[in-house]
Design a protein around this ligand. Structure first.
Ligand code: FE2
Ligand code: FE2
Length: 178
């Protein structure tokens, strides 16, 4: 029966599994950013609270993009359950360190998926994930720039207030447009 069902799709179980794992990773990122938004809000960092809320929405969009692909391909997309989301952070800077770390982990994860696609000659999925690989350039850039504000502006005096104000203004200029 299992083999028969597989006749419905060119998506292998292996690739379906890595895509479902990625769906979960995006959902975890969405939950993490929402918790960061709440932390910023509680600690008086209004602008960053808005920034992380927006990031959270974007991660959910990423999750849904992957979810749709697995479904469209006749696979079984899984709605992940997310637990153990970190809700407390020691410092404002610590929030941004964690955010950058998460984005780097996502980039590495997509690199591994690309690798698996090539090894199993799944060029359909390989082509589909190109959007994510490109998106990660911007995701890492913005997270890195936000963290750099702590060194550029400094945390003394009204530094944290200035940093908070500037975070949502970080823009990424995509000069790779074709
Ligand atoms: Fe993402
Ligand atoms: Fe992201």
């Amino acid at each position: 029966m299992k083999d028969l069902l597989r006749l419905r799709t060119s998506l292998t179980e292996e690739i379906e599994k890595v895509l479902n794992d990625q769906i979960k990773m995006e959902a975890e990122a969405s939950a993490m950013y929402l918790a960061m938004s709440a932390w910023c809000d509680r600690n008086g960092f209004d602008f960053s609270a808005g920034y992380f809320k927006k990031q959270s929405d974007e991660e959910r969009e990423h999750m849904l993009r992957l979810f749709k692909y697995v479904s469209d391909m006749g696979g079984r997309a899984i709605s992940p359950s997310i637990t153990n989301t970190q809700i407390e952070y020691d410092t404002f800077r610590g929030v941004f360190e964690q955010a950058l770390q998460q984005e780097i982990a996502v980039t590495q994860s997509f690199n591994r998926i690309a690798d698996r696609c090539q090894k199993s000659k799944d060029y359909v999925t390989f082509s589909f994930i190109q959007w994510f690989l490109k998106e990660q350039i911007e995701e890492e850039y913005v997270a890195r720039r936000a963290l750099e504000l702590f060194d550029v502006i400094g945390e003394e005096g009204t530094g944290l207030y200035e940093i908070d104000k500037r975070v949502p203004k970080i823009t990424y200029e995509d000069t790779y447009e074709d």
